[in-house]
Design a protein around this ligand. Structure first.
Ligand SMILES: *Cc1c(COP(=O)(O)O)cnc(C)c1O
Length: 426
């Protein structure tokens, strides 16, 4: 199966003769075996199979393999949320005393996870601007650096990461590059093609696409040579005492080690698993992802162009606009469009932003982004409340920023709503 749209509809699941056409929902915590020996082999990771849905569930695995095919990875897993996907992706290769280089322009929840919660766990982070110089990027590395982390298109700053540059810096220092590809989705960008090692998703956003389920995914490209840097990644290259001395990179190879360890240790112990019901909904969402992304991008570009031409708008940020500082990066990595999110500020600043939000009729105020319904958020009053003014600017989210997630309604109605709301501002 080579084309994206076909993978969206059929990837990960090929029913046999007489089997269900749609992905079956395995609504079962556990699975039955004839003998304890059969089960023992599963617990020892000596055989493939299911025993408890906290670790693996067939419905979740089908959806994970659809996402894996879309990203061009070697293995994938679902998680309960985008937050747990990013946490697991980093924590799977970082221990107390380790360090990560991360882009400063990332989702607010991820920034908190790294900057507050994971610091408490003894893992340190250095944040660099996606636009930093090569020297600044180089200076961020330490002997104990274990990964580099970024977002393809940052939520909500919409900065486009120069993936190849960050991949090269990571690999020059013998560490993998982890990228959150939530906003473009694999329909618009495949970071693995550009050298990324681990790709994460909040499936909550476009993949579900209808605002109905929280979820996450982790995809491994299967290329990072853990043994070549064995001293840095003892978790993958030395025996795991909690599994009778298995060495993950040896037993499951480069293609399987990262995800197997992540399921066997982190999912086992931390339990942030996806439910089969929600996985089914994500699977349904994926079936139209390629169609929806094209429409989101088309509508968002029309909104961005409309805003750019209106005097009451101070600035517009969309990587799809030729005036954008990241336009050429967006064209390189996402020639078919980036995502449906546009941000902008009004001439009247923060106060006008608050008024504009109140006047909207079709676009709803919601924390959410990236689903079929147009929705709008003022991050300084919501997702980014906990950040100081200085941190807001550093995160690329000034206090006047309005984030408009353009849905797939008819573009005439969306534009009319934006225009009447601008007209209402005093
Ligand atoms: C929403 C989001 C997350 C977190 O996902 P949840 O499912 O809400 O936990 C992570 N990264 C990005 C880019 C997001 O937009």
């Amino acid at each position: 199966m080579s084309k994206t749209g076909t993978k969206c509809v059929q990837g990960g699941y090929t029913p046999n003769n007489g089997e269900p056409r749609q992905i079956p929902i395995y609504q079962s915590t556990t699975f039955k075996y004839d003998t304890s020996e059969d089960m023992g082999r599963l617990f020892d990771l000596e055989a493939n199979g299911y025993f408890y849905s906290r670790l693996q569930n067939p419905t979740c695995d089908i959806v994970a393999s659809r996402i894996c095919e879309l990203e061009g990875g070697s293995a994938a897993m679902l998680t309960a949320s985008g937050q747990s996907a990013n946490f697991f992706a980093v924590f799977n290769i970082c221990n107390q005393g380790d360090h990560v280089v991360a882009s400063s322009e990332i989702y607010g929840g991820t920034y908190n996870l790294f900057n507050v919660t994971m610091r408490k766990m003894g893992i340190d982070f250095t944040f660099v601007s996606p636009d930093c110089t090569d020297a600044e990027l180089e200076a961020a590395f330490r002997p104990n650096t274990r990964a580099v982390f970024g977002e393809t298109v940052a939520n909500p700053s919409l900065s486009v990461l120069d993936i190849e540059r960050f991949v090269k810096a990571a690999h020059d220092h013998g560490v993998p590059f982890i990228i959150d590809n939530t906003f473009p989705t694999p329909v618009n960008c495949n970071p693995i093609k550009w050298g990324a090692d681990i790709v994460t998703h909040a499936t909550t956003k476009y993949m579900d696409g209808h605002g109905s389920t929280i979820g996450g995914a982790i995809v491994d490209a299967g290329r990072f040579d853990w043994f070549a840097h064995a001293g840095k990644y003892p978790g993958l290259t030395t025996p795991d005492d909690s599994y009778h001395g298995i060495v993950y990179a040896e037993k499951f190879g480069l293609g399987g080690a990262f995800i197997t360890k992540c399921v066997a240790q982190l999912m086992r112990d931390l339990g942030a698993c996806q439910s089969s019901q929600n996985a089914y909904i994500i699977g349904l969402g994926l079936e139209s992802l390629h169609l929806r992304m094209a429409q989101h991008c088309k509508n968002a570009l029309a909104v961005a162009e409309f805003l750019e031409s209106d005097d009451r708008v101070a600035w517009v940020n969309s990587p799809s606009l030729p005036s954008n500082k990241h336009y050429s990066l967006a064209q390189k990595y996402m020639p078919n469009g980036s995502c449906g999110v546009v941000s902008f500020g009004l001439a009247g600043g923060r106060a006008a932003a608050e008024q504009f939000m109140k006047n909207l009729k079709l676009a709803m105020i919601a924390t959410h982004v990236a689903d079929a319904h147009s929705c709008v958020l003022h991050p300084a009053n919501a997702t980014h409340r906990q950040l100081s003014d200085e941190e807001l600017i550093k995160a690329g989210v000034p206090a006047d920023l309005i984030r408009l997630s353009v849905g797939i309604e008819d573009i005439d109605d969306i534009l009319a709503d934006v225009e009447q709301s601008l007209d209402c501002i005093g």
